[in-house]
Each structure stands twice: as structure tokens, then as C-alpha cells.
Ligand binder design. Structure first.
Ligand SMILES: *Cc1c(COP(=O)(O)O)cnc(C)c1O
Length: 396
């Protein structure tokens, strides 16, 4: 179906941070399949783990448990420093993880058993494309063709603490959940103002609402921490109720996960209230365990922080007046342009051998493999330095 438009290239092979197209041309992959290929392409440890698991036990359904599934759940709870009683639900994608989180929020009843019909989300939010996750996604072009969507969702202006407080001031106890991305990805790599997440935690806790963090894009090492909320500046020391993961978690293999913090969140969905055929299958679990294992073995979290700092500094200093600066955290970065020419610059980048994404009219998103080197950063910054500044006629 034509849902994605015409593909830009046909890619046939990948190795490390590079991919090759059908004509044999090489590209530095600074998008990593949209923040997915944490270890780059063709990583031998990931390939071996997936192959070995598929050759041992590939799929069993959730009528049964497997050692890898249990090991991954325990690993995630450890990395999340989740309290006693915490649990994990496995899905196959980000949108499915958020569907499960939304169903959990519907089960977040008041002490008398009555419903809390309100769900709060933020303007600019992207939480996925299935109907429930879409109800939490703010972009009108994504929503309107599919209305009516599941009800109760209210969108608050981004970064507005007063609006957040106002949303809880009246009927605050009818809010089942506040769902947000620690850093908004699809909205162009936007960080909340200082104090916002801490206040969100206070208000949700005071009113019995779940604080749901969508870490589908920011989690699994992308920002130089296992979870973005663990970054002191981003997370401000909060502990969420629910965190959703996908994208980078399997290093390229499809997997999603919902981490429920503490017994209350972990028991919202009872027996028979949710399900999945593929979710938590052993091959996906093995892929995620291998990805986490390499991130740890190769100390990639610290490397991501250092490479990200270097990348943002070099981009900001590249000397091209078209490039205003760089924002973001770790290896989730937006290159800020002085004019709304991101699609043209992304096309020029592809021609020059760099895969990037025009995430906003005036911003390029970089979400490269976590293994990106400084030399590779320098190659891209060399390109950025020489991108022609569009003339007023070209801009008109
Ligand atoms: C990509 C993304 C999703 C959707 O994930 P899929 O795997 O494409 O369904 C949800 N939330 C955020 C923050 C994302 O970046």
C-alpha cells in the first residue's frame, strides 16, 4: 500500500554504521532505522544470539514460558531499578506497548471502583498509529482520517506547567494517566522545561493517576542511559509508574515492552485482560538480551553521552550559516536549520552518502547507531559545513 510513499533507495546490505544500496553506493546511517539499530547493522553478537535461539526454540506462545523471556524481564526490571512487585509485559512494537499502557490506565479505577475517564497527553506527542496509541498522538493529519478514536484523551500544551496544574485542579481524581515522552522525538527532539517532569510526578501521585513514560524512542541506551528518566537532567529523579519500550530494545529485531513499576501498576491488567501471540517470543527476547549485553560489555552508554556531546558541539561549530545549532541528548539529536529547508538538506545528504531524517521543516533528526565513532561524526559535519545556503528565490 502507498502508506509510506516512494522509497528513497533500495538498501541491500549493512555493516556497522553503514548501509549499501542496490547500486553499490555506501551511506553512513545516521538514522538507524528510526532509532532502532543500536548496534549498527550485522552485529556478530546479535546475529549469533538470534540464530542460536531460532535454532533452539523459536516460538512457543504465551501458554508457556521460556528462559530467555524470563531473563529479559528480570534484566529490564534490574536496569530500571524497579521496586519489588514490578512486572513486564512484552509486545512486538512501540504502538502495541502503548496500547497495553492505555489499557492499564483504563483499569486504574478509583477506590470505589468507578472509572477515571480522563487521560492526559501532550501536544506534539507521538505514541503510535494503532487506534488506542493514535488517540494519544496529537498530530491532526494522523488522527482525523480515523475518528472516532477511543475517548477521554485531552491534550495539554507542551512545556506548560500552569496548564498541567489546571488539568488536575478540577476533577483531578478522574485522570487515569498522564502519558508523555521524556524527550519528544517525532515533534523534533524537544525537551521539557526544567521542573516539568517532577511536577508531573507530584500531580499524578497526588491524584492517583499513572505517570506513563513513552520511552519507545528514548529508552534502551539512546540517550546514554538505559532509560531517559534515569538521566538526572531529564528525569529529575522521578520514578514512573509505567514505561514503554520498543525501537532500540531488540537492536533491529521487533520487540516492545511495558515495564510496570511496583505492585499496583503491575497488577492493573488481570488474567485474560490482554494478550499477544508473538509478544515475548524467545527470538525477540534473545535479540534484546544480546543488545543489552553488548551495550554493557562495550560501555556504550558512556560512549553515547560522549559522542552525543561531541556531535552537538561539532554541528554547532560547523561554520555554515544555515546551521543554527544542535539540540537533544545522547544520540537523539536535532540539527537546527536557519530556514525551513530540512527536506532539501536531507535529500542532499542522501546524495552525499548520509541517511538523516527531516523531522521538522527546519530540523534534521540524527538517531545513529550507538556505536557511532568520532571519525564518522567528522564525516557528516564536513558535509554539513558545505551544504549550500538556499537563496531567497529558492526559499520562496
Ligand atoms: C516510534 C514511536 C512509537 C511507535 O512505535 P512503533 O514501533 O512504530 O509502533 C511510539 N512512541 C514513540 C515515542 C515513538 O518514537
Amino acid at each position: 500500500m502507498d502508506t509510506f510513499g516512494t522509497p528513497q533507495r533500495v538498501l541491500v546490505r549493512g555493516e556497522g554504521a553503514y548501509v549499501w544500496d542496490a547500486d553499490g553506493r555506501r551511506y553512513l546511517d545516521l538514522l538507524a532505522g528510526i532509532a532502532v539499530n543500536a548496534l549498527g547493522h550485522g552485529h556478530p553478537t546479535l546475529t549469533a544470539a538470534v540464530s542460536a535461539q531460532l535454532g533452539t526454540l523459536g516460538h512457543v506462545s504465551n501458554f508457556f514460558a521460556t528462559p530467555v523471556q524470563v531473563a529479559l524481564a528480570e534484566r529490564l526490571l534490574n536496569l530500571a531499578v524497579a521496586p519489588e512487585g514490578s512486572r513486564v509485559f512484552f509486545a512486538n512494537s512501540g504502538t502495541e506497548a502503548n496500547e497495553a499502557a492505555l489499557k492499564m490506565s483504563r483499569r486504574n479505577r478509583r477506590p470505589d471502583g468507578s472509572a477515571r475517564p480522563r487521560v492526559l497527553a501532550l501536544e506534539g506527542a507521538f505514541h503510535g498509529r494503532t487506534m488506542g496509541a493514535l488517540s494519544l498522538t496529537s498530530k491532526p493529519q494522523y488522527r482525523e482520517p480515523f475518528e472516532p478514536l477511543p475517548g477521554g484523551v485531552e491534550f495539554l500544551p507542551f512545556g506548560d506547567v500552569a496548564a498541567l496544574e489546571a488539568a488536575f485542579a478540577t476533577d483531578g481524581d478522574l485522570v487515569s494517566a498522564l502519558v508523555l515522552e521524556p524527550v519528544q522525538g517525532e515533534a523534533g527532539v524537544r525537551r521539557h522545561p526544567a521542573g516539568y517532569l517532577a511536577r508531573a510526578r507530584e500531580l499524578t501521585a497526588a491524584h492517583g493517576a499513572l505517570l506513563v513514560l513513552d520511552e519507545v524512542q528514548t529508552g534502551a541506551g539512546r540517550v546514554g542511559r538505559w532509560f531517559a528518566f534515569q538521566d538526572p537532567e531529564i528525569g529529575e529523579g522521578i520514578v514512573p509508574d509505567v514505561v514503554t519500550l520498543a525501537k532500540g530494545l531488540g537492536g533491529g529485531f521487533p520487540i516492545g515492552a511495558v515495564v510496570a513499576f511496583g505492585e499496583r501498576a503491575a497488577t492493573l491488567l488481570g488474567r485474560g485482560q490482554h494478550g499477544t501471540t508473538f509478544g515475548g517470543n524467545p527470538v525477540a527476547a534473545a535479540a534484546a538480551l544480546a543488545t543489552i549485553g553488548v551495550i554493557e560489555r562495550d560501555a556504550l552508554l558512556a560512549q553515547v553521552r560522549a559522542t552525543g556531546d561531541y556531535l552537538r558541539a561539532q554541528v554547532s561549530a560547523c561554520g555554515n550559516p544555515l546551521v543554527v545549532g544542535a539540540r537533544g541528548v545522547g544520540l537523539l539529536v536535532a540539527v537546527e536549520l536557519a530556514a525551513p529547508v530540512a527536506p532539501q538538506v536531507a535529500a542532499a545528504a542522501l546524495e552525499a552518502g548520509f541517511v538523516v531524517n527531516a523531522v521538522a521543516p527546519d530540523a534534521l533528526r540524527l538517531a545513529p547507531p550507538l556505536i557511532l565513532t568520532r571519525d564518522q561524526v567528522d564525516d557528516f559535519v564536513g558535509f554539513l559545513a558545505t551544504v549550500p545556503v538556499p537563496t531567497p528565490e529558492e526559499l520562496a
